[in-house]
Design a protein around this ligand. Structure first.
Ligand code: AMP
Ligand code: MN
Ligand code: MN
Ligand code: MN
Length: 281
């Protein structure tokens, strides 16, 4: 059997079904072109792209891993939990995701109003033009419109100037609870993975409490090598994985060509002292 560390697995990507720029079949083609062997499409709070992703991946000879990325509120901040090897047709998961998406439309209108107060008119209508799935309007759609309208040079500038917590276009939102998200994933036969932990702004105590709770609730893996982490964070979260007895995952968090730091399938391999989440697939 091949050493699992040498398999090019990319288990975190987005399509137009959430806030990505390419249709699921086109993300599959890009993953295949990037040399990916195990691939998961993990749209935010939505499994509507899973069938297309699976069909496209299998036609290209890639091993498809059904996935999702669920938005959770924990200690007042947003945490993302990836579910891998889920049954995307599981009614409890589908119902939970529908409830998680609920409120995005209202929040988007509120973001539009908040931006109007700082002189940016018609942002809601603008963002809507970038949306592929009307149930899934995201801050990313606002960010793309703001860049194209010339308000900011990059998506990342939009977040730091307008859309991050504490900035004028930020609208607080309550997502799912950690226990719910992990429960839906487990009920659907999947593995819950802590997404890009290096992005969260928790104190050291909160960070440990988050991992304690995640592990107690049945969370099984953590993203170690992700497009959101620096090489120092690859090392740090490999240590966290071993400390909590979690498996390690790898994923670009690809959203679109030229957007974000890394393309699909191009990240370095996992450190050798962790167990890949795909080791027994
Ligand atoms: P939402 O689920 O609507 O709150 O939007 C969250 C999405 O915004 C994430 O999935 C990322 O795609 C994007 N995002 C959040 N923070 C940043 C950032 N600092 N730079 C670029 N994209 C970001
Ligand atoms: Mn996103
Ligand atoms: Mn995320
Ligand atoms: Mn993501």
């Amino acid at each position: 059997m091949q050493n699992p560390h040498t398999i090019n697995a990319d288990l975190h990507c987005h399509s137009t079904v959430s806030d990505g720029m390419l249709a699921p079949r086109d993300v599959a083609a890009r993953a295949h072109a990037g040399g990916v062997a195990f691939w998961a499409l993990t749209d935010h709070d939505e499994v509507g792209g899973q069938r297309e992703a699976r069909d496209a991946a299998e036609a290209l000879g890639m091993r498809y891993v059904p996935g999702v990325e669920i938005s959770v509120t924990w200690a007042g901040q947003t945490v993302h939990i990836v579910g891998l090897q889920i049954d995307p047709f599981h009614p409890g998961l589908i119902d939970g995701l529908a409830r998680t998406r609920d409120g995005r439309a209202r929040r988007a209108q509120d973001i539009g109003e908040a931006l109007a107060k700082v002189g940016i008119q018609d942002a809601y209508a603008g963002a809507l033009r970038y949306v592929g799935n009307p149930d899934l309007i995201s801050r990313t759609h606002f960010a793309r419109w703001l860049v194209d309208e010339g308000y900011c040079a990059t998506i990342s500038d939009v977040f730091s100037e307008y859309l991050s917590d504490g900035r004028p276009g930020f609208v607080p939102h309550r997502w799912s609870r950690l226990a719910e998200a992990i429960g839906w994933i487990r009920d659907a036969g999947g593995i819950a993975v802590m997404a890009h932990p290096g992005r969260y702004n928790y104190t050291a105590t909160q960070h440990d409490a988050l991992f304690d709770e995640f592990t107690q609730l049945g969370g099984r893996a953590v993203e170690v090598v992700t497009g959101s982490h620096t090489p120092d964070q690859f090392r740090r979260y490999a240590d966290v994985a071993r400390h909590y007895g979690l498996m390690a995952s790898r994923g670009s968090d690809f959203h679109g060509p030229g957007e974000g730091r890394v393309d699909i399938g191009t990240l370095p391999p996992l450190p050798s002292d962790v167990t890949p989440v795909w080791h027994d697939w």
